[in-house]
Design a protein around this ligand. Structure first.
Ligand code: ZN
Length: 262
């Protein structure tokens, strides 16, 4: 984990989300049915962490080429029962699968001197964020095989968007499908304007897993305007993304091939 040059100084920023604990650090989802798995990490560069005790930061994970929300353990926190005591960063993951993927990605981080997974019931005051809320996603091809349907339930964040897009596009690539229907009728975009801008303008384009030539129809509920901004930024950036408030029209749009499609 460490190399001969020693750890690098990190650039940390405060997490923009109001309640990052509402979602898995890795995939963004957090089902109420699952007991979360915590990934406890000892970071050698404490100087930058010290500015954010008890807060969430965007932690850069080199192995994943993105940042994920991490909780900075305050120095006076009693910690988790039975866990090692030298961790100063905590990640919430929805399942052991996500905890393993996150742990593997963190192994490439030279600042991470210890990585441990912990699951159990966190006691009050242990400085562990309590995950709440309902959140899920499903990805499947449409019955006629013309497009991929991605259905999201729960608050939508940048982390979820990236992970879900990568998963949906992996299936699209496998099946040779370049059209996507994203059902967000039960999901609201909770990111800041800046985070949405960064996502549509930069992050999408830096992710080779995502097909930027895809035709995307997003279905939202009629009164939800939380996704409007990202549609505008995405379209200005050259993505073929269109919001619909009526599912039948979105399906028509995709079946017709969408704008600029083959
Ligand atoms: Zn997860």
């Amino acid at each position: 984990m460490r190399n001969s040059q020693g750890p690098k100084k990190m650039e940390l920023t405060r997490c923009m989300r109001e309640d990052p604990a509402a979602g898995c650090s890795w995939c963004g989802a957090l089902s109420a049915d699952h007991q979360p798995v915590y990934v406890l990490v000892g970071i050698s560069d404490e100087t930058s962490l010290a500015a954010y005790p008890g807060a969430f930061v965007e932690y850069p994970v080199p192995g994943a080429r993105r940042t994920v929300p991490a909780y900075v353990r305050p120095a006076d926190s009693p910690g988790l029962e039975g866990a090692r005591t030298d961790y100063n960063l905590l990640f919430v993951s929805c399942t052991a699968e996500c905890a393993n993927a996150l742990s593997r990605a963190l192994e490439a981080d030279e600042n991470a001197v210890s990585i441990e997974q912990w699951s159990g019931k966190a006691t009050e005051g242990a400085g562990v964020p309590r995950p709440e809320g309902r959140s899920s996603r499903s990805i499947a091809p449409s019955s006629d095989g013309r497009y991929i349907i991605l259905r999201i339930v729960g608050d939508y964040t940048r982390q979820r968007a990236m992970m879900n897009n990568i998963q949906a596009h992996a299936l699209g690539r496998e099946l040779g499908i370049k059209r996507y229907l994203v059902d967000m009728t039960e999901s609201r975009n909770v990111e800041s304007v800046l985070a949405n801008y960064e996502f549509a303008k930069k992050e999408i384009w830096n992710a080779p897993e995502i097909d930027t030539t895809a035709v995307v129809a997003i279905v939202v509920s009629p009164d939800d305007h939380s996704h409007d901004f990202i549609e505008t930024v995405a379209r200005n950036a050259g993505l073929q993304v269109t919001i619909f408030r009526d599912r039948a029209r979105a399906e028509e749009h995709l079946s017709a091939g969408g704008e600029g499609a083959d």
